[in-house]
Design a protein. Sequence first.
Length: 82
Amino acid sequence: MPDTSVVARLIARYRAQEHRLLDAPHDERARRRFEDTAYTLCVLMCERTAREAVLAAERYVHRHIRSAPQPVAARRAASGGC
């Protein structure tokens, strides 16, 4: 499976480029960058469309963050310091 930090960076890049493209829909350079990022997400997440890929990537990152072990300090704080 892909590295979670790589997937998270691609999601952020995809969303930022999506907003830029909405602001300037006729900007060919912005469109190419957006499409390149969308394609990368599709390949990485084994999905056919950019929408499916970004949603799969968001689920993947969310699952990984929830299942990651917490640092000792965070566990102590959550248990009341014991």
